[in-house]
Structure formats: structure tokens, C-alpha cells
Design a protein around this ligand. Sequence first.
Ligand code: HEM
Length: 402
Amino acid sequence: MTDDSRFILDPATRDLHTDNDKLRAAGPLVPVTAEGVTAWAATRYATLLTVLTHPELSRELRHWPDRHTMPPGTAIDRIVTDTSMLNAEGETHRRLRMPLSAAFSPRRLERLRPRIETLTDRLIDHLAELPPGQPVDLRLEFAYPLPREVISELIGIPAAHQDELHRLTDAVAQVGGLEDSPELRKQLRELLDQVIEERRSTPGEDLISDLFKLHEKDGGRLSEDELFATIELLFIAGHVTTVNLITNGIRALLQAPGQLDLLRSGTCPYSTAVEETLRWDSPIAYFPMRYAVNDVEIDGITLRTGEPVLACFASAGRDPDQYGENADRFDLTNAPAHHLAFGHGPHFCLGAPLARMEGEIALKALFTAFPDMTSAAPLEELPPLDTLLGNSTRTMPVLLGP
Ligand code: HEM
């Protein structure tokens, strides 16, 4: 990032939270360049809240006249051209989102809890069997597989495809995010296509089968294209973000042993650690894109029709105007009631209850099973992900025992 009036968001050189301090200081809406695209960055909590719910800001790509100038193959390109609910508004958005809302309701997801606990315990057993005294990368060995197992069960990816899925997602782990690797994304798409075809002929108790039933029963409420985009979105959105949450939670707690004591003594619940991690180290750094449908004034700044806005979720989480002068301190005793890490308004994260449950189960099981766990490398020197969107470290090396 530069200090002049044009901020360049470049994951290769970024120091996320320091950069975000500069962005917030520069204003509530700041012109930035990211992956060759110029956009307004919504940097502060209150402004981001306005942006996420503003009726004159739309996620529909057709409202962005300069969309053709976007360099192809970037993460922004892949997100904004996705034909899922993420980039739909109004009636279309409701039609795409509604069929899934029951499956993702907190009540339905509670039924998944025992299954998530079993999967977690299995991973903990695997960690316990690793040779003692050797550093273990918890991002790869724990944070990564858990959400992958959960989302593939929920969606309905059969056991026969699991090896291929593991190969693919392990490769994704190396690059940071699926949006950052067109080739891996293509391969994942081919795999999901196969699974979808199998579910069409042999339905089961899973989301793909449910969506097919609806597709057939309701005279095609979802087109084939929309159905594919939905499944792909669920897989992508439901995976790496949660990996980042679990990794960031482990890191936050290891750097603050006093906070960990509050959890272990039962003074604070693990759900608070999840919420404070989401605020303090949001799994999503920057997220594209909303477009001004008309000229619109927000916090004294005029956005012209067709100009894009980028949401700065990690920046809003540390905004001192919202969270006070200690906003950049991870503090379970003072965790605020609200954060924007899952968004707000009509596009509020569909998987938030699931991600919260996974994060809570994972952190609790891990820190209970390995009370003497320590970091195997200086936490502040761990390499960040090389991706515009995600916020985490590429590795999380620890020593599990004394
Ligand atoms: C949307 C964050 C996990 C599915 C969003 C948005 C955010 C977000 C910020 C809103 C984007 C916007 O308004 O511009 C996160 C974080 C997660 C997480 C931080 C983990 C810690 C999940 C999971 C799933 C999921 C586990 C599904 C299994 C979705 C979907 C949307 C969405 C489908 C689009 C909703 C819509 O456009 O109506 N997520 N997410 N997410 N998320 Fe998540």
C-alpha cells in the first residue's frame, strides 16, 4: 500500500491491519486499486453498515458499466461474475436464497452438532497420534479438514469422491483461496458437476438432492445454471472462510494466554472467543463488490452512478469509532455485541450459524485436548495468505505437548 492518495491493495506486500489503519484514517470511503480495478473502499464500521444495506447500492454486475475493463482471471472477476445469490438482488435474490434458508437455520443446524463433534474428535485423535515433539501445522491438519468434511457431508459429496476432493482442497490450502487458482477451481467444478449428476440419478438426504426435488417439483424455481452456481458457492463460501476463522482463533488465543485461561476456567464461553476472533481478525479482508445504481451520497462523499464499492470487513472490525481506543486488542472480557464479519442485511452470511458452531466446537476441542500446546514459530512472523479476499496465515505451526 502507498501513503499517497491512491491506495493499492496488494496481498503480496500488505500488512493488513496497519494498512487498514491508514485506510480508515484516510476517510470512510477511500478510492483504492485492487487487482487492477478502482473502487471505493468502505473502511469504517458505520459506513460499511450503511453500504451493506443501502437501497441504491446493488450487487448486480449489470450496474457496473466498467466491468469489461476488469482484468480477467482475478479473484474479483471470479466473485463478481458468479451467477449465484451473492450477485443477485430483490426477487431473484429471494428465489435463490429461500430454498436454502431452512437447511441453514440455527435449529436445523443444531442437529448437525453431534456429527461435527465426532468429526472434530477424529481429527484430534489423528493429531494425538502424530510423532511427539514435532511441529504440527494446525491450518493443514485441523482447521482445513474440519469445514471440508462438514460441508461435503451437508452438500452430499459421496465417499468415492473424497480422495479427489482432499487432493484438490489440500492444493487450495497451499495457494490460499480457491478464487486465486483458476485451474484448481476448474477441477473442483468438474468434481462438483459429477457429484451433481450422481445426485440427480440417485438422490440422498443432502442439500443437492433437496435442491433437485425443488427444481423438479416447482417447475424449475432454480434453473440448472443457478443450481450449479449455488452448490459451488456453498462449497467455496462454506470452506476457506471457516478455515481462516479456526486458524485465526488458534493464533489469537496462543498470543494471549491470559485470555485462554478465561476459556479454560469457564469464565468465558468458547462462543465469545469465536465472536472476538471474527471481529478482531475477520476471515475476510476485502470483499467485492456493490455498485451505485444512482448518484448517492454516503458520509459526505458522492458516489457516481456505476462506481463500485469494496467492503473492508477486517478494517471495520478494528474501527476505534465503533470499538473504542482498544479496538486492536483481542479481549474476551470486553467483546462487543456486534461485528460485521458475516455482513449485514439481505446478503448476511447464510452459513453464519454453521461457521459459528464449527469454530466453537473446534477451538474448544483443540485447547481442551492439548492444554500445553505452544506456538512453534513467532506468531507475528507467520506468512499471511497471498490473497486479496482472505485474511489468515498460510501456516499455524504448533507443538502440541510439552
Ligand atoms: C455471504 C462471511 C462461512 C455461505 C457472506 C458474506 C460474508 C460472509 C461477509 C456477505 C458478503 C456481502 O454481503 O458482500 C463468512 C465468514 C464465514 C462464512 C467470515 C466463516 C467464518 C460460510 C459458510 C457458508 C457460507 C460456512 C455455507 C455453508 C454464504 C453464502 C453467502 C454468504 C451462501 C451469500 C449470501 C447472500 O448473498 O444472500 N459470508 N461466511 N458462509 N456466505 Fe458466508
